[in-house]
Design a protein around this ligand. Structure first.
Ligand code: UD1
Ligand code: UDP
Length: 377
């Protein structure tokens, strides 16, 4: 079976790595699956792209479409045109797309118009906020997909609400979360290899010269709703700066955020925030695991915080990952300085609600590969 996998943005490299590994395992003992990797080029900075291919041991893309940045229409249009050319040449049995970026939508649409079945990994998520570009991407991708690989039962329910259900011509399955596969696989490596805590001076020596990790907050921000509104951006940064008076706030900057902070002359204004370049996946896992708390608007980082048992404040009005909130590990604060600071204070109250065990099945990558292989027979 030939699969074309379309990726383009940082979190997609992490998700696709889990399935790529499962394909390798499958090929060792069963029928051969050939995966053709297509990189749209949506993310291209070395620290958003190459670093992940190296660390995750992802193969070099068979096709790099070099699309780069642009408006939604420019970016998606260019991707559509170039993906279509690849699909016409490769004639795969299925096209696999991940998440909710413009690369996801372009891959799904190009395939669907050529009558090639689309497999959507991380299907069924909804924020019910159609002003989010990601919500539009998810809705459209799900509606043209043949295989909807959901990470939660909630996602299945969301699809049902829209009339998408498991039937003869369309398969909807809860396979678990491929990002959980990745975190299980790479956490150990992060422990062994990452020196980020030392590099950032987050260790201190106790009187008996034992090394301990200093308490710190970890923050990430990149959603358009936060970065592209100067009022919101300033308000969030003010909260981080306030927290930075008590303990270090480590803030790896997404290029979009850096650009917007520069444009509003905010980059050097908040002295208590430790701004830095994006960090690698292994360094990120190490930082997430050892943080006092995480503040983020990232979907992936919220889940990782939950899996690593680090309390999290979500800098948005909603989250697609309701279980992290229900189980007391995540608090949705919005963007106002006061609300963010309150949420950080309230995190400790949530402790009582927290279950020790992680409600998450492993092996999402394997389940996807098994399912597609059986279908292709
Ligand atoms: C995209 C996804 C978002 C996902 C995020 C993961 C869409 C609509 N958004 O957002 O869902 O959560 O990726 O990180 O697809 N830039 C660089 N270098 C890069 C990449 C981007 O400088 O390597 C800058 C450019 O100025 C660009 C801006 O960041 O215009 C935004 O990049 P883009 O890929 O359009 O969206 P993201 O914000 O990265
Ligand atoms: N990540 C990383 N380095 C960083 C910030 C994030 O490796 O500096 C990883 C993070 O651990 C997670 C993924 O990138 O696995 C999340 O991607 P992002 O926040 O860009 O997108 P989202 O998940 O919101 O779509």
């Amino acid at each position: 079976m030939k699969i074309v996998t379309v990726v383009g943005a940082r979190p997609q490299f992490i998700k696709a790595a889990a399935v790529n590994r499962a394909i390798h395992q499958w090929n060792k003992k069963k029928k051969r699956i050939r995966e053709i990797l297509v990189h749209t080029g949506q993310h291209y900075d070395v620290l958003m792209d190459k670093v992940f291919f190296e660390e995750l041991a992802l193969p070099r893309p068979n096709y790099h479409l070099g699309v780069g940045s642009g408006s939604h229409a420019e970016q998606t249009g260019m991707m559509l045109e170039r993906i279509e050319a690849v699909l016409k040449k490769e004639k795969p049995m299925v096209v696999m797309v991940y998440g909710d970026t413009n690369s996801t939508l372009a891959g799904a649409l190009a395939a669907a118009k050529l009558n090639i079945p689309v497999a959507h990994v991380e299907a069924g998520l909804r924020s019910d906020d159609r002003t989010m570009p990601e919500e539009i991407n998810r809705l459209l991708t799900d509606h043209v997909s043949t295989f909807l690989f959901c990470p939660t039962d909630q996602a299945i329910q969301n699809l049902l609400r829209e009339g998408i259900e498991d039937e003869k011509t369309r398969k909807v399955k809860n396979v678990g979360d491929v990002m959980y596969d990745s975190i299980l696989h790479y956490s150990k490596l992060a422990e062994e290899k990452s020196t980020v805590l030392k590099d950032l001076n987050l260790y201190f020596s106790t009187p008996n010269s034992e090394h301990r990790t200093q308490n710190y907050y970890l923050a990430t921000l990149h959603r358009a709703e936060n970065t592209d509104d100067p009022k919101r951006l300033r308000s969030i940064l003010k909260a981080l700066d306030e927290l930075g008076r008590k303990m270090p706030v480590i803030f790896p900057l997404h290029p979009r955020t850096k650009k917007m902070m520069n444009a509003s002359h905010l980059l050097s204004r908040f002295k208590n925030i430790k701004c830095m370049e994006p960090v690698s996946y292994l360094n990120m896992l190490k930082l997430e695991k050892n943080a006092e708390a995480i503040l983020t608007d990232s979907g992936g980082v919220q889940k990782e915080a939950y899996w690593l048992r680090t309390p999290c404040v979500t800098l948005r009005e909603v989250t697609e990952w309701g279980y992290t909130v229900k189980e007391g590990w995540n608090m949705v604060s919005g963007w106002r300085t006061f609300d963010i600071l309150q949420a950080i204070q309230k995190l400790s109250i949530l402790k009582k609600r927290r279950k020790k065990e992680i409600g998450q099945q492993r092996g999402a990558g394997e389940a996807i590969v098994r399912f597609l292989s059986q279908w292709s027979l």
